[in-house]
Design a protein around this ligand. Structure first.
Ligand code: OOB
Length: 537
């Protein structure tokens, strides 16, 4: 949490207003009562209904035993129930822990255990996977299913189970609202504690920067629980503005484009590989009418300038680059920026009190235009991960700056260009993979003596992951297929399973004897250009 003097300053300057998420929804339910807030397929939920559903569910969850301060792991796809569940928990002061639909037993088991979750809210079958099977790893958490409950608690039954008038008092705005996942670079994912005050500041300011208003229509293309579609300005920005949220069950243009046309979508958020897919699809003759689009945001990974330049001519709308992180800091190109900035930079911070330091390896600030490590501190950037005292000593400076692990160049006006990364992470088209987490799973394979996972350039995803393995003497090295099924059997999310495997005799080492990932990446550089047949490990 922030030191007292900073908290006082952020309140004084009007960033932290004392409003909670429940206050916000209550107010919008009054102001925008019968306007449609959420569209999910044929379901259209008004602001008033949203609030009513959240309150009734809060009462049901309370009746089930969920108490203020409890943690509840939430793993829902882009469905209307997401908003009921999350705002019910906000009302109770219980903390949602935001899992992604792609997470499997390894991740869900860890989140439940680490947060001592009292409940796990998920769906029945999504993308061919039966999420109810995850009940095996949730420990003492009550499993609540949106859909066919299959022997677990049905979410649908909780709306009529409690008494709204007997709900306990809600949380205060300075308290924690939820735990978000870090992309991470460590063996186990870190959790990011966000307060009502700090998060809502970023939401309000983002809605303003992105010019959301009550006439805006926001399409949720990415998984809704990710920080980008949730708050930059995302669905919470839409709520703040009294706008309409349209849920797309898939980012595929075949699904999303007809929704844009039917609902008159004005803004959406994409990761770079999806932007490419959308650009390709929009050039086809039979494309639905996309003329309502005003802004397409692209972020989560570096967008190539050549792709950036195609957005306006092809999609007929403005591009906004977004460089953000679940830990806090979000940068936007502004809607009135010149093309050059929009194409070639990742924007500038939201807030005048976002403190930015670009430093060398010794933490000494470098001049503008020079590449360095990005450190940041501000009214919506955390001061530490949840229950991770040891890691916090390396992830934050003594004076509270977060070490983002990103390498950037600062231009005049405070605009940032992302030039690379110093953290052991693979950014696979916006999906973050912590090298060490995958390495730890690889080390459980009986033939594997040592493992190192690095990024390989990829023309479509930006990066893919390659696992270098040193195998045990006398053991048959596993094939790519065997490595992949080993990791899937361990319950690792699909996007973390390596795309490539290379077996080597030994790892190159750095001067201090650590595995040199830089040399491993260099060894792979030629591979990216090699024909597909050579790529199989
Ligand atoms: C967003 O959040 P996370 O927490 O999944 O990932 C943060 C990391 C950043 O530290 C950076 O390494 C990378 O993702 N990143 C970008 C980028 N946006 C994020 N790298 C290059 N260019 C960009 N535009 O990814 C996120 C959170 C809120 C809004 C947007 C993205």
């Amino acid at each position: 949490m922030w030191p007292q003097e900073f908290a006082a300053r952020y309140r004084e300057r009007g960033y932290w207003t004392g409003q909670t998420f429940d206050d916000l929804l209550a107010e919008r339910a009054r102001t925008f009562a019968d306007r449609v807030a959420v569209v999910d397929g044929d379901r259209r939920i008004t602001y008033r209904q949203w609030r009513e559903r959240a309150l009734r569910l809060a009462a049901g969850l309370y009746d089930l035993g969920v108490r203020p301060g409890d943690r509840v792991v939430v793993q829902l796809p882009n469905v209307a129930e997401f908003f009921d569940v999350v705002f019910a928990l906000f009302r109770l002061g219980a903390l949602p822990v935001f899992a992604l639909p792609a997470h499997r037993a390894a991740e869900i088991g860890y989140f439940c255990a680490h947060t001592e979750a009292v409940a796990f809210v998920t769906t029945d079958v999504h993308g061919g996977f039966d999420h109810r099977s995850l009940a095996a790893v949730t420990g003492r958490a009550t499993v609540i299913v949106a859909g066919e409950p299959g022997g677990h608690t049905a979410l649908a039954d909780l709306y009529d189970r409690g008494d709204v008038d007997r709900l306990p008092a809600g949380p205060r705005a300075g308290e924690l609202a939820f735990l978000q996942l870090s992309g991470g670079s460590t063996g186990l994912p870190k959790l990011i504690p966000r307060t009502h005050d700090d998060y809502l500041y970023s939401v309000r300011a983002s809605a303003e920067i992105c010019a959301l208003n009550a006439g805006s229509v926001y399409l949720v293309t990415l998984p809704v629980a990710h920080n980008f579609p949730m708050s930059s300005p995302g669905v919470l920005g839409a709520l703040h503005a009294g706008a309409r949220i349209v849920l797309s069950p898939s980012p595929d243009p075949a699904v999303a484009f007809p929704l844009v046309a039917r609902e008159g979508v004005t803004i959406t958020a994409l990761v770079p590989p999806l932007a490419l897919v959308w650009l390709e699809a929009a050039q086809r003759a039979e494309t639905p009418d996309l003329s309502s689009l005003q802004v397409v945001q692209v972020g989560g990974a570096k967008l190539a300038p050549a792709v950036a330049q195609r957005v306006r001519p092809v999609l007929g709308c403005r591009l906004q680059q977004v460089f953000g992180m679940a830990e806090g800091l979000v940068n936007y190109t502004r809607l009135d920026d010149a093309d050059d900035r929009v194409w070639h930079t990742q924007g500038r911070p939201i807030c005048p009190d976002d403190e930015i330091r670009v430093v060398d390896d010794d933490d000494v600030e470098v001049p503008d235009q020079t590449v360095g490590h990005l450190l940041t501190r501000g009214p919506y950037t955390i001061r530490g991960y949840w229950r991770a005292a040891e890691h916090n000593r390396v992830a934050f400076t003594a004076d509270g700056f977060y070490r983002t692990g990103d390498l950037v160049r600062r231009l005049d006006g405070g605009y940032l260009v992302v030039e690379g990364r110093a953290k052991d992470q693979i950014n696979r088209g916006g999906e973050k993979i912590a090298a060490e987490e995958v390495e730890n799973h690889l080390l459980t394979h009986p033939a594997v003596h040592d493992a190192a996972v690095v990024a390989v350039p990829d023309p479509y995803l930006g990066e893919r992951s390659c696992a270098f393995l040193v195998c045990r003497a006398g053991q048959q090295p596993p094939t790519l297929g065997q490595v992949r099924s080993h990791l899937r059997d361990r319950g690792l999310a699909g996007y973390k399973v390596p795309d490539l495997v290379r077996v080597v005799d030994a790892f190159p080492v750095t001067g201090v004897g650590k595995t040199s990932r830089r040399d491993l990446r260099a060894a792979l550089r030629d591979l990216a250009a090699a024909p597909a047949a050579d790529r199989r490990g």
